[in-house]
Ligand binder design. Structure first.
Ligand code: ATP
Ligand code: MG
Length: 729
C-alpha cells in the first residue's frame, strides 16, 4: 500500500475520526466497526501530517499483542519501522515512566515488579508481623481490598471511611501502609502500584507533569471501556496539556469490572473534556450477517446500555448461521470441536485463524487432550501460564537476583533450591542480620558466612559457592551476554541438574520448559528487558501467530478476530459463571452477557457455540443445564445440532428434549470417565484396522488376542487395550 492510500480504506465516519486530530474525541462504537483501525490510522495520520514526532504520541493498548500489531500497522502506513514510540499497555507505559522518576516515590529505577504469588507472600509476612490471624482474616481478602484501592487511585492516607472495610477489625488501611512500606524497602512494587505511583508523582511534581505535557502532543487509547479509575486519572493528567486525546471503546464490551474497570469513565470523559467530539461508527466489517445478528440479539437483552446501531458492513454474502451444538459430555464436545477443525483444515482453513474461546481455564483440559490426541497443533494463549510454572518461577528468581541483588523475595526462593543444607536456624540467622543492619538478604548471607553463624561446613560451602556464582553470572552480562549467563547459571547453580536427576514423570517436561525459557530470552536485548517483559506479561499476551489453533479465555480474546471461533461450555454455572448467577444479581449477569457478545463477535465467518449435558468439573461429573444465553440467541440466526443423549458412536442427530433421561447413574458415582464402555464396540476388529481411542487418539491394530488389542497409536505409541474402549473409524 502506498502511504497516500491509507485514508481511502476508511468509511466517511472513520475518516472523520482520523482527521479530527486536534481536541478531545471519543469514538463509541460496537464490535468490529474499525475502532482499532481508526486509532492506528490516526496515529499514522498525525505523523504523516507532521503534527508530531513518533515519540510525541502516547498510545495505549489493552494487550502487548495489540501494541505489537499497532506498531506493525503504523510502520506499514509509514513505510518505515516505527521507532521511539510510547506505545503499549497501561502497565508497560506506566512502568517505563516510573523507572524514569522512581526516586520521587522512594524507589530505585531498577525496582522489581512482583507477581501475584510474591505479592501474596509479602502481604502474608506483613500481616504475620502485625500478629493478624491469617486463618481468620485471609490474605486474599486484604489483597483484594488493597487492589481495589489502587485501582481507584487511593494511597493509604486517601482511603476515606466510606471506602474502608472492616477487615481485621478496621486495621486494613494500617496494613496497607505496612505493605507499601515493605514494598519500598524491597525496592519493589506490585501491578497496582505502577499506575498509582505514576499518578502520585505527577500530582506532586508539576514540573515533571509539565514536561510530559510538552512531550505528548497526542494521546490515543484503545478499549477505553475497560479502563479503571487510576488509569483514567493518569490519562486526564497527561491530556490536560494539549487536550488532544482520542479514546475508542464499546460499552457492550466492558468485561473487566472485576478488575476495577469503570464504564463511568465514558461519562467522565464528556464531563472532564467539555466540547469533546463524539463519533459513532455503525458498520461492522468483521463478521458475516448471521454472526452479527446473533451477537446483537443477545446483547439486546442487557438493559444497562448506552445504545448503538450496528449493521453489517461486509460486502460478501450472509455466510453461515451460528451453529449451536449439544453434546452428551465434555469429551464428546471436545471431539466435535476437533473434528470440525480437522474438516476445516482439510478444506484449506489456516489453523492460525481458528480460536477456541473458553469462559474459564479449567475447560481447557478436555479440549487440550483432544487436540493432542488428534495431533492438531495448538497454543494456549495466556503467556502467564507458562511463567507461572514452578520451574520457570524458580529460574526467574535466580535471574532476578542476578539483576538485582537486593531482591530478597527472589533470593529467599532459591537460596536453598536445590537443597544446600540451609536449615531454619541458618535462614533465621540471615534474616536477623538483614533486619539488624538493614541490608538485603544476599548481603546478609555473605555476612553470615563471615560471622560463622552457619555451623554446618557443607551448608557454608554450598552458600559460598552460590554467592560466588552470582558474582560470576552477574559479570557475564557484560561479556558473554544474558543468554549464555542463563544457561551457565542454570547448570552451575545446580538447578537444572536437580531436575536432570529427578526421576518423577514431570521432570523432563520441566527441563523442556527451562530450555524454552532461555530461548524466549533471546528475543530481548538484555536481562533487564526480559525481566520487565515477564513481569508485565499478562494473561492474553502470547501472540496467537503461526499455524496453530489458539486456545484462550474470552477475556483474553478482546480486540482479536479469527475466521472460525468455537465457544464451548455454554452451561449454567460455567457461562454464565456460578458466581455471577449465585451472588452477582443483574449487574454481574449483564457482564457475562457482554462477555458472550465479545466471544461471538470475534468470529469473521464461522461461530460454533456448544454445551454438554455432563461435564467433569474439577474431577467430578456433573449434569449441566444449557446456558440461558443459548435461549437468548435469535432463533432465526442459529442452527442446532447434536444430541445430549448417550449415543452410539457415529453421526448423531439432534433430538430435542428428554435431555438427561438416559444418563446412567453409575457414571456419576464411578466418576470413571476413562472407562466409558462404548456400545458399538464388539470384538469384530481386524488386524490392520484403523481405530480411535479417547485418550490415545488414532492408531492401527497390530495384533488381537481375545478381546485385547495391540495398537500402534500415531501419537501415543504401542498400547495393549480392551477392545471395548476402542472405536472403529
Ligand atoms: P473490537 O470492538 O472487536 O475491538 P474494532 O471496532 O476495533 O473491533 P477493528 O478490529 O478495527 O474493529 O476492525 C474490524 C475488522 O474490520 C478488521 O479486520 C478491520 O481491518 C476491518 N475494517 C475496519 N474498517 C474497515 C473498512 N472501512 N473497510 C473494510 N474493512 C474494515
Ligand atoms: Mg478493537
Amino acid at each position: 500500500m502506498s502511504n497516500a492510500d491509507y485514508l481511502v480504506r476508511l468509511n466517511p465516519e472513520q475518516r472523520a475520526a482520523v482527521e479530527a486530530v486536534d481536541g478531545p474525541l471519543l469514538v463509541l462504537a460496537g464490535a468490529g466497526t474499525g475502532k482499532t483501525r481508526v486509532l492506528t490510522t490516526r496515529f499514522a495520520h498525525i505523523l504523516l501530517q507532521g503534527k508530531a514526532w513518533p515519540s510525541q504520541v502516547l498510545a495505549v493498548t489493552f494487550t502487548n499483542k495489540a501494541a505489537r500489531e499497532m506498531r506493525e500497522r503504523v510502520s506499514a502506513i509509514l513505510q518505515q519501522p516505527a521507532e521511539g514510540l510510547w506505545l503499549g499497555t497501561f502497565h508497560a507505559l506506566a512502568a517505563r515512566m516510573l523507572r524514569r522518576h522512581a526516586e520521587q516515590v522512594g524507589l530505585n529505577s531498577n525496582f522489581t515488579i512482583l507477581d501475584a504469588d510474591d505479592q501474596n507472600r509479602l502481604l502474608k509476612q506483613v500481616m504475620e508481623a502485625q500478629r493478624i490471624d491469617t486463618k481468620r482474616w485471609p490474605v486474599n481478602g486484604l489483597m483484594a481490598a488493597i487492589q481495589r484501592w489502587k485501582d481507584r487511585g487511593l494511597e493509604p492516607e486517601a482511603v476515606t471511611p466510606a471506602e474502608d472495610t472492616d477487615y481485621a477489625g478496621g486495621r486494613a488501611t494500617e496494613l496497607y501502609v505496612a505493605y507499601q512500606d515493605r514494598l519500598k524497602a524491597l525496592n519493589a512494587c506490585d501491578f497496582g502500584d505502577l499506575l498509582l505511583h505514576v499518578v502520585t508523582l505527577l500530582r506532586k511534581n508539576p514540573d515533571i507533569l509539565a514536561d510530559y505535557h510538552r512531550r505528548f502532543r497526542y494521546i490515543l487509547v484503545d478499549e477505553y471501556q475497560d479502563t479503571n479509575l487510576v488509569q483514567y486519572y493518569w490519562l486526564r493528567l497527561l491530556a490536560q496539556g494539549h487536550k488532544n486525546i482520542c479514546c475508542v471503546g464499546d460499552d457492550d464490551q466492558s468485561i473487566y469490572s472485576w478488575r476495577g474497570a469503570e464504564i463511568e469513565n465514558i461519562l467522565r470523559f464528556e464531563k472532564d473534556f467539555p466540547g469533546a467530539q463524539i463519533v459513532r461508527l455503525e458498520s461492522n466489517y468483521r463478521s458475516t450477517r448471521h454472526i452479527l445478528a446473533a451477537a446483537s440479539g443477545l446483547i439486546a437483552k442487557n438493559s444497562d446500555r448506552l445504545g448503538k446501531t450496528l449493521r453489517p458492513g461486509r460486502a460478501d454474502a450472509d455466510g453461515d448461521k451460528v451453529t449451536v451444538v449439544s453434546s452428551w459430555d465434555s469429551d464428546e464436545e471436545a471431539r466435535m470441536i476437533g473434528d470440525r477443525i480437522e474438516a476445516a483444515k482439510r478444506d484449506g482453513q489456516s489453523l492460525g485463524e481458528i480460536a477456541i474461546l473458553v469462559r474459564a481455564g479449567f475447560l481447557n483440559r478436555s479440549l487440550e487432550e483432544r487436540l493432542i490426541a488428534i495431533g492438531l497443533p495448538y497454543r494456549i494463549v495466556g503467556g502467564a501460564r507458562f511463567y507461572e510454572r514452578a520451574e520457570i518461577r524458580d529460574a526467574m528468581a535466580y535471574f532476578r537476583v542476578v539483576a538485582q541483588p537486593a531482591d530478597d523475595l527472589a533470593f529467599e526462593r532459591i537460596v536453598n533450591l536445590p537443597k544446600r543444607g540451609l536449615g531454619d536456624t541458618a535462614m533465621q540467622a540471615m534474616h536477623g542480620i538483614a533486619r539488624a543492619e538493614s541490608i538485603p538478604l544476599s548481603l546478609a548471607a555473605a555476612r553470615a558466612l563471615e560471622t560463622g553463624v552457619i555451623k554446618q561446613a557443607k551448608a557454608r560451602e554450598a552458600l559460598r559457592e552460590l554467592l560466588q556464582g552470582f558474582e560470576r553470572w552477574r559479570a557475564m552480562l557484560d561479556g558473554a551476554g544474558h543468554i549464555v549467563m542463563a544457561q551457565t547459571l542454570l547448570d552451575e547453580s545446580g538447578y537444572a541438574p536437580m531436575w536432570q536427576q529427578d526421576k518423577s514423570p514431570e521432570a523432563p517436561g520441566r527441563l523442556e520448559n527451562l530450555k524454552e525459557l532461555v530461548s524466549a530470552m533471546a528475543d530481548y536485548e538484555s536481562l533487564a528487558a526480559f525481566l520487565e517483559h515477564v513481569a508485565l506479561v499478562m494473561d492474553n499476551d502470547e501472540a496467537a501467530e503461526g499455524e496453530r489453533v489458539s486456545l484462550m479465555t474470552l477475556h483474553g480474546a478482546k480486540g482479536l478476530e479469527f475466521d472460525m471461533v468455537f465457544l464451548p461450555g455454554w452451561e449454567e454455572g460455567v457461562f454464565p459463571s456460578r458466581r455471577s448467577v449465585d451472588e452477582g444479581g443483574d449487574k454481574a449477569l449483564e457482564e457475562e452477557r457482554r462477555l458472550a457478545y465479545v466471544g461471538i463477535t470475534r468470529a469473521r465467518r464461522v461461530a460454533v457455540i456448544s454445551h454438554a449435558a455432563n461435564r467433569s468439573i474439577f474431577g467430578n461429573w456433573q449434569s449441566q443445564i444449557p446456558s440461558r444465553f443459548l435461549d437468548e440467541l435469535p432463533p432465526g440466526e442459529i442452527i442446532r445440532e447434536g444430541n445430549t443423549q448417550r449415543a452410539r458412536p457415529g453421526p448423531s442427530v439432534f433430538a430435542g428434549g428428554g435431555m438427561f433421561a438416559q444418563r446412567p447413574r453409575r457414571m456419576i458415582e464411578a466418576g470413571a470417565w476413562e472407562v466409558k464402555p462404548r456400545a458399538a464396540a464388539t470384538s469384530a476388529f481386524k488386524v490392520g484396522e484403523r481405530v480411535f481411542h479417547q485418550k490415545f487418539g488414532y492408531g492401527r491394530i497390530t495384533a488381537i488376542e481375545d478381546n485385547r488389542l495391540d495398537i500402534a497409536f500415531e501419537k501415543a505409541g504401542d498400547k495393549r487395550l480392551l477392545d471395548s474402549f476402542v472405536e472403529k473409524i
